[in-house]
Structure formats: structure tokens, C-alpha cells
Write a protein that binds this ligand. Structure first.
Ligand SMILES: NC(=O)c1ccc[n+]([C@@H]2O[C@H](COP(=O)([O-])OP(=O)(O)OC[C@H]3O[C@@H](n4cnc5c(N)ncnc54)[C@H](O)[C@@H]3O)[C@@H](O)[C@H]2O)c1
Length: 322
């Protein structure tokens, strides 16, 4: 299959490109490099620097490379920034995304897999969270991801788009060659590991939640498992009728912040400097996915579910050479 990966110079996109190449597919990356890194694009994939919203350039790319399916990972994805600059998030994630759909429609490419997020659920009323749970995002980031999902649904009706939206929970870990390189970094595991190296101490946001140890519980998924799910979802779009399929991608169970800290300390072999801070507003005590639908529709379930695998692989990418 000839696949366009938008955002393929970013964390999740680049590792998904590696996986697609490994599976024998032809891959072109479209990335504006706004948060991605040119050197993260795996050898074997061509990088086109540009924006998903550029109708002419993307149309040329789709035609010239005979693209059959799109893996759409490109997005702005910082919750705090989205609250400060909602317009940027609507422009890039919704307007830019819809421009991509129009270009695909015009060129006749109908298969798309979308990087969505658990943030579409907002503060859920129960866990594990199924795909039919109420979606009530509490920040513009989640709202723009949900808006694009809705667009996908209507493009299915209007022009036969065949879409799978994957709602990721907390993505972690690294491949043997590529890892997480966000700036600023807002994710727990890389920030823990940086605290062990030369970063500031880790802030634990809230230790008075109604959980077994007082810290928030989240569902973590290894980035390599995510890359496998992308492949399965791309394959599904070949046979799926027009419309939108939505699947959560998570492990179906969770770890508390203190459990993740303990695992990081055992991987690194020293204490993680930390301070206990206040809860962040809108952070629920527990966020865990139901991953039953992904098993049924994609034939996918995570196989690298231990904290040791996730933290260990991330540490391999970050730690100073010995
Ligand atoms: N990392 C996570 O835990 C997580 C969780 C849920 C959902 N997601 C989603 O997964 C996707 C990838 O996340 P990531 O962590 O790899 O982020 P990332 O910032 O590392 O990658 C995003 C990539 O998209 C590119 N990009 C942004 N806007 C673009 C545009 N308009 N045109 C072309 N390229 C553009 C960036 O340069 C970057 O390379 C995002 O859509 C994000 O919302 C990530």
C-alpha cells in the first residue's frame, strides 16, 4: 500500500512510519516541522515539508505518489496551549484537517486513519471508558479532535470517505531508534526520566485522589503497539464501507502516578526527584479505556503492556551513553 503519513516527523508518526516500512509499504511523510524533527523521518520514507492545509501541494503529492491511504497524525496537541490559543487549534486541527479531506476527495483518495485522543471524553462518568461514552471535551484540544471526527463522519456520507478514528490514551515508550522529543514536554514518563538526568523535579499533580495511593490513574499504551494498530486500521479501511469507525486504543487497565514513579526508579536505578503539587483542574482520578472494540474490529490488543517495557524503551533513547 502507498501511504501518506501526515506528522511523520513527530513522535508517534515517525515510529508508525518505521512500522509501515518494515511491513513493506511505501511511505511519504508530509510534515510542517512545527514540532517535528527532520532527522526523525526514517530512511526509506520521502519527506515533503509542508502543511496539510495546502490544497495544491497536497493534491500534487497525492497524485504524484499514487497515494492509496492517509494516516493523519499531524496536529497541535498541547492542552495548555489550546486553552491559551484556541484559534490556532481550530485553524490547524479542524480547518487544516478539513482542507486535507477536501484534497483527498478531489484526488479520489478515500481511506484515512486519524490520530484522535481520550481528551474527546472530557471528564468521564464511569470507567473503563467505551467509545459510546458521552463526549464532552474540557479543552479546545479535545474539542478540535472531536470536531474533526464529526467531519470524517459527514465526509463518509457525502463522498464515500472510509475512516477509522483511533482515540489514544497515554502513549509511552520508544522504538529501538526513535523516541519522544516534545518541547515543551508535558508527558509523565519522559518528564520523570528527565528529572533523573538534569531536568527539574517531577511535580505529582495531586496526591489526595480517591485511588488506592491517592495519585491519579491513567491507561498507558506502548507506541509500538499503537503503530501496530495503525497498520491494522489502515488495512481495515480497504474493506470497510464508507463511514467512520471509532476505536479506543488503551490497555484496559491503569497505573497510578506513584506506580509509574516506582517503575521508573527501578529502570533507572535511582530515585526520581519529585514534589507533590495541587491537582490540576479537570484532571479526573481515573482514565482507563475499554479496548474491546479495537480487539473486535481491528483484531488488535496491546502486547507490550508492562511499565518496564514502556519506561525501559524510553530510557534507552534518553540516557547518556555508557
Ligand atoms: N502523544 C500522545 O500521548 C498522544 C495522545 C493522544 C493523541 N495524540 C495525537 O497523536 C498525534 C501525534 O502526536 P505526537 O505526540 O507524535 O505529536 P508531535 O508533535 O510529536 O507530532 C505532530 C507532528 O505533526 C506536525 N504538524 C503539526 N501541524 C502540522 C500541519 N498543519 N501540517 C503538517 N504537519 C504538521 C508536527 O511538525 C509534528 O511533526 C497528534 O495528532 C496528537 O494529537 C498523541
Amino acid at each position: 500500500m502507498r501511504v501518506l503519513v501526515t506528522g511523520g516527523a513527530g513522535y508517534i508518526g515517525s515510529i508508525s512510519v518505521e512500522r509501515l516500512l518494515e511491513a513493506g509499504h511505501e511511505v511519504v511523510v508530509l510534515d510542517s516541522l512545527v514540532t517535528g524533527h527532520r532527522e526523525s523521518v526514517p530512511a526509506g520514507a520521502e519527506l515533503v515539508v509542508g502543511s496539510v492545509g495546502d490544497h495544491q501541494a497536497v493534491g500534487r503529492l497525492l497524485r504524484d505518489h499514487g497515494i492509496e491511504a492517509v494516516l493523519h497524525c499531524a496536529a497541535r496537541s498541547l492542552v495548555g496551549q489550546s486553552l491559551a490559543e484556541p484559534g490556532l487549534y481550530y485553524q490547524e486541527n479542524v480547518v487544516g484537517g478539513v482542507a486535507l479531506l477536501n484534497t483527498m476527495r478531489d484526488v479520489g483518495v478515500s481511506r484515512i486513519v486519524f490520530s484522535s485522543t481520550a481528551a474527546v471524553y472530557g471528564v468521564p462518568t464511569s470507567t473503563p471508558i467505551g467509545e459510546d461514552a458521552v463526549t464532552r471535551p474540557i479543552n479546545p484540544y479535545g474539542a478540535t479532535k472531536l470536531a474533526f471526527e464529526e467531519a470524517l463522519r459527514w465526509y463518509g456520507v457525502a463522498c464515500g470517505m472510509r475512516a477509522v478514528s483511533l482515540r489514544y490514551f497515554n502513549v509511552a515508550g520508544a522504538s529501538p531508534t526513535l523516541g519522544e522529543r516534545h518541547d515543551p514536554e508535558t508527558h509523565l514518563i519522559p518528564n520523570m526520566l528527565k528529572a533523573c538526568l538534569d531536568g527539574p523535579p517531577l511535580t505529582v499533580f495531586g496526591a489526595d485522589y480517591p485511588t488506592h495511593d491517592g495519585t491519579a490513574i491513567r491507561d498507558y499504551i506502548h507506541v509500538l503497539d499503537l503503530a501496530d494498530a495503525h497498520l491494522a486500521a489502515l488495512e481495515l479501511t480497504a474493506s470497510h464501507p464508507p463511514g467512520l469507525e471509532i476505536c479506543n486504543l488503551g490497555s484496559g487497565s491503569g497505573f497510578s502516578v506513584l506506580e509509574v514513579l516506582a517503575a521508573a526508579e527501578s529502570v533507572v536505578g535511582r530515585p526520581v526527584p519529585r514534589v507533590i503539587g495541587e491537582r490540576r483542574s479537570g484532571d479526573p482520578p481515573v482514565l482507563v479505556a475499554s479496548n474491546q472494540r479495537a480487539a473486535e474490529r481491528l483484531g488488535w490488543s496491546p502486547v507490550r503492556g508492562t511499565l518496564n517495557e514502556m519506561i525501559g524503551s524510553a530510557w534507552e533513547r534518553l540516557r547518556p551513553p555508557v
